[in-house]
Design a protein. Sequence first.
Length: 132
Amino acid sequence: MNIDQSQDSCIFCKIARHEIPANVRFESDEIIAFDDINPSAPIHVLVIPKVHITSLRATEIDDQMLLGKLVYRAKLLAEELNIAESGYRVSINVGKWGGQIVSHLHLHILGGAPLTTKLAVATVDESVPLTH
Ligand code: 5GP
Ligand code: ZN
């Protein structure tokens, strides 16, 4: 597990510590899930580990169980949010070209409407530093 020193200022750590508000959909000792502040679909929930892990890239072999719990929690939340039957997407953005903005591992659950199948190429903003 790769833990850096930025967790004091990390926005998702602050949500996990209930220091800033979020519409929480699920919480356990290890995981918290909450609505995305800028939703890309009618249902857009983020599932995160409470521990500060910067990215999927930073995970290690001992994180496999936690990663499985995050994915399974996404499946359970999709059922609870009534988007499972119609279909939904679970995605993880990794690093600069993967579209990762927040440097705290998170799964996106997107659903509630038909989603675009375009997952591929966008314009890269070269001003964004590679931090993941
Ligand atoms: P990324 O692009 O890093 O995969 O996704 C980060 C997501 O976090 C974005 O969809 C963005 O809207 C969401 N986000 C950023 N800041 C906040 C916040 O303060 N609260 C909540 N609930 N979501 C946030
Ligand atoms: Zn964090």
